[in-house]
Design a protein around this ligand. Structure first.
Ligand SMILES: [Fe+2]
Ligand SMILES: [Fe+2]
Length: 480
């Protein structure tokens, strides 16, 4: 069988010869019913019987890997798909640089590697849980379908990590795989592992911001794990990245269409002042300052996902050859970093400045910087949409020290423009910068479902093109 083809003859579709690997096949088959239980309990509420026009991977060849068709989500063929092995691949960084990539777990780094896989794995079901109520208020069938596509693929990403745990970690891997089905986003006693994955996703603008900012953190993490010297992890993450691109597309275009509709409505009504919030809201669209507040919230929650700026764990994972940097192989340095430094933004003597630190300890910081650059490009594209309509407003990313809960800035009270202030003043001004309860109520009031093919809720513009080149009135979801 061609390594890029997917075998659908087993219960668990795969391109890794699972039919011949009885031990792992059996372990996964035993894990499967618990996964389906989890999906039925925590997956999209109220739509398990709907027929959804979804893509399913039929190959891992980047050209033409997906097939589209109507599927009931619980019957989605969640599979285990690894990018093809690169012949002669070597570990691209760290103390083992240049050695052949590991096909098995390096014993000395076993615990650290397992932890990296579990942390990545935990985010995947968490986002499905966070988004499970959104179907009820989808602004169109097109958006409903995109939500479900993201959800089933996050489910598949969980499968990807669970496969690695079952295949390479024996008994403790199995236990970790079971735990991944037991934690719950936002639960008081068994929460998901990372903060942003325990936050609510109360409305569709939050969903779009989440897929733009938080799935983009996911992309950065997957990019650095795709560099891993542990080859099965690298191959898994490389295929996940091809799916992840759609999630960020959903986020970027979702926010873009919201902005587009707001600006168009303002122009039609002759409103020039973007800060005339009551007038803009009277049009039934989301005013730009509120969109900025949502952006501030999701960007800062996502920055926290990169962890502490200075981190021994991150240094260890790099030196061990387990987790590299964004585009590691394209960076022009020795990829070992024993003597290198990296400038880290710090608050020193009453001002922000960059201070050189050992590059190894600053691995998280570097990834966060790369992430911020990637976010900036997307924000620039949103601003182009605003500019084209002639509305005088620009969105921007807030200062890195604003509204932080993790890392060096978490003890500071900083405005989005980087002004330091007392906590009381910050608290008093919070609602200028982050969505208030009233903003939430307003957005909530717009979240009424729109379920006729081709119709869109009044707060969002239709997409420019359909999924799989389908026409505007295509029935992306056939409701049961
Ligand atoms: Fe994912
Ligand atoms: Fe994703």
């Amino acid at each position: 069988m061609d390594m890029t083809d997917v075998d659908y003859s087993t219960k668990i579709p795969n391109n890794i010869g699972l039919a011949e690997d009885r031990r792992v096949l059996k372990a996964l088959e035993q894990w499967h019913p618990g996964y389906i239980d989890w999906w039925m309990q925590m997956g999209p509420e109220g739509f398990q019987e709907a027929e959804v026009y979804l893509r399913t991977a039929v190959s891992v060849d980047p050209k033409g890997w997906a097939r589209f068709g109507y599927v009931k989500m619980p019957e989605y063929r969640w599979g285990i798909l690894l990018a093809p092995a690169e012949e002669g691949r070597v570990i691209p960084f760290g103390a083992h640089k240049g050695e052949p990539a590991w096909q098995d777990v390096p014993g000395e780094h076993r615990a650290l590697l397992r932890r990296l896989i579990v942390i990545q794995g935990d985010t995947e079901p968490a986002s499905v849980e966070q988004q499970r109520h959104l179907g009820a208020t989808a602004p169109s069938l097109y958006d409903l379908r995109n939500l479900f596509q993201v959800n089933v693929e996050e489910g598949r990403h969980l499968w990807a990590m669970v496969y690695l745990l079952h295949k390479y970690f024996g008994r403790d891997g199995r236990e970790e795989a079971d735990e991944l089905l037991r934690r719950r986003s936002g639960s008081a006693d068994k929460p998901r592992m990372l903060g942003a994955f325990n936050e609510a996703t109360p409305d569709w603008l939050s969903f779009f911001m989440f897929t733009f900012f938080t799935d983009r953190d996911g992309k950065m993490q997957l990019e650095s794990l795709a560099q891993s010297g542990f080859d099965p992890l690298s191959r898994t993450c490389r295929f996940m990245l091809t799916e992840e691109a759609h999630h960020m597309f959903v986020g970027e275009t979702g926010v873009g269409r919201t902005i587009q509709r707001t600006c168009e409505a303002m122009k039609e009504a002759g409103i020039d002042d973007p800060n005339a919030i009551d007038q803009v809201r009277a049009l039934g669209v989301i005013d730009l300052p509120t969109i900025q507040k949502k952006l501030n919230l999701h960007f800062t929650l996502s920055l926290d996902l990169f962890g502490a700026e200075i981190s021994t764990n991150a240094a260890n994972a790099f030196t061990a050859g387990l987790k590299g940097r964004f585009e590691e192989t394209k960076i022009d340095d020795d990829h070992v970093l024993t003597d290198a430094t990296y400038p880290v933004l710090e608050y020193v003597d009453g001002r922000f400045e960059e201070v050189d630190h050992p590059a190894l300890s600053a691995i998280n910081m570097r990834l966060r910087d790369d992430y911020i650059k990637d976010c900036e490009k997307g924000v620039g594209r949103w601003n182009k949409i605003i500019e084209k309509t002639g509305v005088d407003f620009a969105l921007s990313l807030p200062h890195q020290a604003f509204h932080r809960h993790i890392g060096a800035f978490s003890s500071l009270s900083v405005s989005p423009t980087g002004e330091i202030m007392g906590k009381d003043e910050w608290d008093a001004r919070r609602n200028e910068w982050l969505p208030s309860a009233a903003d939430g109520d307003y957005i909530d009031s717009l979240m009424t479902p729109c379920r006729n093919p081709g119709d869109y809720a009044g707060w969002i513009a239709p997409p420019r093109v359909g999924i799989d080149s389908k026409p505007g009135d295509f029935e992306y979801v056939k409701l049961a």
